[in-house]
Write a protein that binds this ligand. Structure first.
Ligand SMILES: Cc1ncc(COP(=O)(O)O)c(C=O)c1O
Length: 429
């Protein structure tokens, strides 16, 4: 078989998968080790046909896939790899650019800068911020905190008790101490309890992982400005919502951040992985990361984006983001974000109207936190039961010591009917 025939078969596989993804059990219904036990322990001596790979993908791997592309994936933060993004991934792999220097892929470097500028415009961010792409928000936050440490020479990172664990991980890696600030009744950082002694950075979150709460960024920015502390804003999930002007209330103060992370692979319809980092102080990122050994020296008088983060080799990630922005446009992005928010709002209403159920936190964006009256064990049993049924996939958090269910809408294929099916399954459970 030729690349063309195998490619056609692979594309057909992808198209059929996307047509049927809503029919599969959302959470993989396998036991640990099931997939591996069905695969040979050693690689083949002689090459096989690509068709054999596709066959095993269907027969062995697919049952072990949790379907993040399913319209009834409501766990963590639901994501979508859109069709333009999927096709652009194929093209990026075909080009296989490794853009560590401008000259090793001028188009990749320049398109990355351009797509970050485009996205900044779409989200209403200030002009002139320097943008680049990292793999994940975890790495983006490492980059930001390394720059903060470089800029301030201090050793403490301050964040709310609801900040994502990637902040703790970055601090651990960078040898920084983490100081947690308690949150108020709506799960926002209590600014009056900020202690900025020896602080290199404050990480404020817009759209926390558990409940999508929004820290009071303007007040945090005031405190950072007077203490000379770096402000990093983690809007990994919620930042994409800023494409809709009516959701920009949550952007207040972000224009004063020193750095910002938004994951295009969370709610901007871009396949995993694509984490966008902007900074108002790119020279501090450069000071933290730029290292030019002899073999990387060139006479090119242009920036290399590997100078702004930990990795040297850089994939052509901007191609998929560019494809999504071009094929959806501002209007297409807004329609999808608004629909996710509308569906979450609808679900929230059903929970509120149903005796015996309660909404446990103010709903922001497309995330609903809720629970059934009764014990934690009973609520946990509900989650276990619906997830085991394959009908939908939910995750949980703990708020004020109580087990709470989370329904996050974010897949572009999710319809009102999917959300209704999820609610019916929960009522039955
Ligand atoms: C607010 C927030 N920040 C950071 C992250 C980490 O993202 P990543 O998996 O891209 O490292 C998450 C993940 O859900 C998140 O919700």
């Amino acid at each position: 078989m030729s690349f063309r025939d195998d490619g056609a078969a692979a594309l057909e596989w992808a198209a059929r998968y996307l047509e049927r993804v809503g029919d599969y059990p959302v959470l993989a219904q396998v036991q640990p080790g099931d997939v591996r036990s069905r695969l040979p322990a050693s690689p083949p001596e002689q090459g096989e046909e690509f068709a054999d790979v596709l066959r095993d993908l269907d027969e062995i791997l697919l049952p072990g896939i949790t379907h993040w592309q399913s319209p009834r994936f409501f766990a963590y933060f639901a994501v979508s790899a859109s069709e333009p993004g999927i096709l652009a991934e194929l093209l990026a792999a075909t080009l296989n650019s490794v853009a560590f220097l401008w000259r090793t892929s001028p188009a990749s470097t320049e398109l990355e800068a351009l797509t970050l500028d485009w996205t900044a415009q779409l989200l209403g961010l200030p002009d002139g911020w320097h943008g680049h792409i990292e793999d994940t928000a975890s790495t983006s936050t490492i980059a930001a905190l390394a720059a903060a440490r470089e800029a301030t020479g201090r050793g403490v990172v301050v964040c709310s008790e609801h900040a994502h664990s990637s902040v703790d991980k970055a601090a651990k890696l960078l040898g920084l101490e983490v100081r947690k600030v308690p949150a108020d009744a709506e799960f926002r950082m209590r600014v009056e309890e900020l202690d900025l002694a020896d602080a290199a950075a404050v990480v404020a979150t817009v759209g926390t992982t558990s409940i999508a709460s929004v820290d009071p960024v303007p007040a945090i920015a005031d405190a950072c400005a007077s203490a000379g502390v770096w402000l990093h804003v983690d809007a990994a999930y919620a930042g994409s919502a800023w494409v809709c002007p009516e959701l920009r209330w949550s952007q207040e103060g972000v224009e004063r951040a020193d750095s910002l992370v938004v994951n295009a692979h969370k709610w901007l319809f871009t396949p995993m992985d694509c984490s966008l980092v902007w900074s108002r102080r790119p020279e501090d990122l450069r000071r933290a990361f730029s290292l030019v050994p002899e073999y990387l020296r060139t006479s090119d008088e242009v920036d290399s984006l590997s100078d702004y983060g930990p990795a040297l080799g850089r994939r052509f990630r901007s191609l998929k983001l560019w494809a999504v922005l071009r094929c959806y446009g501002r209007a297409g992005l807004q329609v999808r974000i608004r629909e996710a928010v509308r569906l979450a709002e609808l679900f929230e209403g059903w929970v509120r109207d149903e005796p015996g159920w309660e909404v446990c936190a103010p709903r922001h964006f497309s995330l609903v936190c809720f629970r059934r009256e009764g014990s934690d064990a009973e609520n946990e049993a509900i989650v276990e039961s619906v997830n085991r049924s394959g009908e939908l996939f939910l995750s949980h958090t703990r708020l004020d010591g109580r087990y709470v269910l989370r329904l996050a809408v974010g897949n572009e294929r999710t319809t009102e009917q999917d959300v209704r099916r999820a609610w019916d399954a929960l009522l039955q459970a």
